[in-house]
Design a protein around this ligand. Structure first.
Ligand code: F0G
Length: 426
């Protein structure tokens, strides 16, 4: 295999490794960054390259990940395993802005990806690399969305997929996808953190390719959220970008992507990045506030099962990125998440609970004066409303434990009778 033009570099000790290798961590245990030769790109890459590709019919050009391939992985369009990821809408809603207390608040809906979550951006790159490395089996631990995404991309690439999920803690839409796309689905009697430990061990022993976001190539694809968002904004950076944090791959990726755009001079300043955690699953928040290393949390708990994680793999990269952008971390309660979700849903946009931590966090940061009412803010909605129908119906029917249906739209039971129906609608 030809030498790759990028390298893998340890976040902790700086040791460098060849770009294309089955390796997820440094020998010292640190996580790895993909380091591109940005100097070689300076001056020969400008945003018009990406803008022109929007009009192309080539699937790689049309993908909201591979359109930016020079900054993701410089592969030929014919080499990539794509489903046309990205190209997600950037919404603006009066209702949501008023709720958050922000005058310019847009929402990039990553639930509009092929498998209905932001994970497809990283997965197209992860599976493409798996193929290049000649791997025919892939695995991940997941709270559901990574599993759904990996199952789909692996099926399309003809690979065998193994997903490790916490039994009883994965939303129905996501479990359905993993099963339907044909992944071997192991429901573990433990939580996500247990599943994450186990899958790393199994991959090492069995020579299966690990596709969690500890895999540095997943992060490279995930960065394209930032690229596409900036392209949506005609390369004018917003003041803030807000997203939920779980295993912390996404915030690591977005901040890395922004730093690269800035270094290349494709944007003139860095947006500040805010990460929102659920109060019951808040290890990054605690590390940020105390200024200490991350202290893993046993028994993380939140209704937003996607981010029910106590020991996030990418915390160091995430904190590094947040600090670099002068951003912050906040936390919100499950009640705040579900109320924000009801507002996002009723605006006609809709997203799964974890996604709506973004809006709950924006509201909190605005109320605390961290974000000014006139600052320009973009939030990432990470997953589709239909991923977790149980949370939606439970909220509106008032059957969720410990959650008030503040904005509930209760279903009405009516007799099979015209008079009763007319009475109900009047
Ligand atoms: N939002 C949703 C809908 C998610 O599925 C996840 C993570 C996050 C936010 C947090 O992103 O982990 O990059 O900080 N889901 C992973 C999974 C853990 O297995 O699907 P993160």
């Amino acid at each position: 295999m030809k030498q790759a033009p990028w390298k893998l570099v340890c976040v902790d000790c700086g040791t460098q490794y060849p770009g294309l290798d089955v390796r997820y961590r440094c020998d010292c245990g640190g996580t790895l960054d993909v380091a591109h030769d940005l100097d070689a790109l300076k001056g020969c890459l400008d945003t018009s390259t990406f803008d022109l590709r929007l009009a192309s019919r080539n699937p790689a050009d049309r993908s909201g990940v591979w359109r930016f391939r020079e900054l993701v992985l410089p592969l030929g369009p014919e080499e990539v395993m794509t489903r046309g990821e990205g190209n997600t809408n950037l919404y603006r809603s009066e209702r949501v802005q008023n709720y958050a207390g922000l005058r310019s608040f847009r929402l990039k809906h990553e639930g509009e990806n092929p498998t209905a979550s932001f994970k497809d951006r990283g997965m197209t790159v992860g599976v493409t690399v798996a193929k290049k490395l000649g791997m025919d089996r892939v695995a991940c631990a997941s709270t559901g969305n990574t599993a759904a995404s990996m199952a789909s991309y692996a099926a399309m690439a003809g690979m065998k997929a193994f997903v490790f999920i916490p039994k009883g803690k994965v939303a129905l839409g996501k479990l359905s996808q993993a099963l339907a796309y044909g992944a071997r689905t192991l429901q573990i009697a433990g939580d996500f953190d247990d599943a994450m430990n186990l899958v790393q061990e199994v991959c090492d022993r069995e020579g299966i390719y690990l596709l969690n976001s500890v895999n540095p190539f997943r992060i490279e694809g995930q960065k394209a959220i930032a690229f596409e968002l900036l392209q949506d904004l005609d390369w004018e950076p917003p003041d803030w970008i807000i997203m939920p944090g779980g295993n912390l791959g996404n915030s690591s990726a977005v901040t890395k992507g922004l730093a690269e755009l800035r270094e290349l001079g494709l944007i003139d300043r860095l947006p500040r990045v805010a990460v929102v955690q659920a109060k019951g699953a808040n290890p990054l928040y605690r590390a940020f506030v105390t200024g200490r290393d991350l202290d893993p949390l046993d028994g993380a708990e939140t209704i937003a099962t996607a981010i029910r994680i106590g020991n996030p793999v990418s915390w160091k990269k995430s904190l590094r990125g947040i600090r670099q952008t002068h951003g912050c971390v906040t936390q919100v309660t499950d009640q705040e998440i579900m109320d924000a979700k009801a507002v996002v849903d009723a605006a006609g946009i809709g997203a799964e609970p974890a996604s709506c931590a973004t809006v709950a966090g924006a509201r909190r940061l605005a109320a605390e004066g961290v974000i000014g009412p006139d600052e320009t803010v973009c939030g990432v909605l990470t997953g589709h409303i239909l991923k977790d129908p149980g949370a939606v119906v439970g909220y509106h029917q008032g059957s969720l434990d410990g959650i008030e249906g503040t904005f509930a739209n209760r279903p009405i039971d009516v007799e099979n009778d015209l008079g009763a129906i007319l009475e109900a609608i009047r």
